[in-house]
Design a protein around this ligand. Structure first.
Ligand SMILES: NC(=O)c1ccc[n+]([C@@H]2O[C@H](COP(=O)([O-])OP(=O)(O)OC[C@H]3O[C@@H](n4cnc5c(N)ncnc54)[C@H](OP(=O)(O)O)[C@@H]3O)[C@@H](O)[C@H]2O)c1
Length: 254
């Protein structure tokens, strides 16, 4: 699949590693200018930035676990890039908190942090992007959600809820903003070969995870990046509000 994003200005959150890094790379290879966002892994983010062709690209840190940081990041990104055409809400966290063995304090902390990073900050970023998109004459948001939104996350209920919320946010914004030429999509991966998945794949349940996937392997970060870039491309306007599953047929919604 060949993409063209010549001159497009793209903010990718969580672009230092894993899926976000592949998304930034795919946009840059198609001619976009990319803002590489990260939390605190500066070395990884610098390596990701240096690997990008074209440019000039930019780099910014922001801890999206803090309320208000999403809005602030969006404003800084617009200033660095001179505007914004595409926002990819990819940054996310997964912290186990099994209901039967987690105390009240850990439970509340896991919910607050997970919802802030995975849902409330993307909501801030998306809302703050509306005005720059108006200035640009339109825009696109692609949110990276998860199969867990549909299938359930018994060891991390806040993760499943945050991703279900992000799907709902995508669909609500798609309805609200289509008349303004702002299109909103979600990509819902199953297991992907990244740092987030590594502890589970390398643990005792690793083979069972692989056995759940009829395709016989996990998705690569590049496959998720291609799905994101496809949705962000011209010609997908009528797909606004869609949730694209990328999970090797491991969970099929009806
Ligand atoms: N991997 C999977 O199997 C899988 C499956 C379904 C959905 N997803 C979703 O795909 C997205 C990317 O996942 P991944 O596997 O690529 O994750 P990853 O390898 O763990 O990378 C996470 C990225 O998010 C950033 N990040 C984490 N916490 C942050 C915070 N508090 N504030 C700002 N940035 C933060 C990290 O920045 P630093 O490098 O600075 O820490 C990093 O760039 C996530 O939304 C995840 O939920 C992943």
């Amino acid at each position: 699949m060949k993409f063209s994003f010549q001159g497009s200005r793209v903010l990718v959150t969580g672009a230092s590693r894993g899926i976000g890094r592949a998304i930034g790379q795919t946009f840059a290879e198609a001619g976009a200018r990319v803002l590489v966002h990260y939390r605190d892994n500066r070395e990884a983010a610098r390596r990701a930035l240096q690997a990008l062709p074209g440019g000039p690209h930019e780099i910014l840190a922001a801890d999206l676990a803090k309320p208000g940081e999403g809005r602030c990041l969006l404003a800084r990104a617009v200033s660095c890039l001179g505007g914004l055409d595409i926002l990819v809400n990819n940054a996310g966290m997964y912290r186990p908190h099994p209901p039967a063995s987690t105390n009240a304090e850990e439970w509340d902390e896991a919910w607050q942090r997970t919802l802030q990073v995975n849902l409330l900050s993307p909501a801030e970023l998306s809302h703050a992007a509306i005005e720059p998109f108006r200035v640009a004459g339109g825009g696109r948001i692609v949110n990276v959600t998860s199969r867990g939104a549909f299938r359930g996350e018994p060891d991390a209920p806040a993760y499943g809820a945050s991703k279900a919320g992000l799907n709902a946010l995508s669909q609500s914004l798609a309805k609200a903003l289509a008349p303004e030429g702002i299109f909103v999509y979600a990509v819902a991966p199953g297991w992907v070969e990244t740092d987030m998945a590594a502890p589970y794949l390398e643990g005792p349940g690793g083979q069972e995870i692989r056995d759940q996937i009829p395709l016989g392997r996990l998705a690569s970060p590049q496959e998720i990046a291609r799905a994101v870039c496809f949705l962000a491309s011209p010609g997908t306007e009528s797909m606004t509000g869609c949730i694209l599953d990328v999970n090797g047929a491991s969970y099929l919604r009806t």
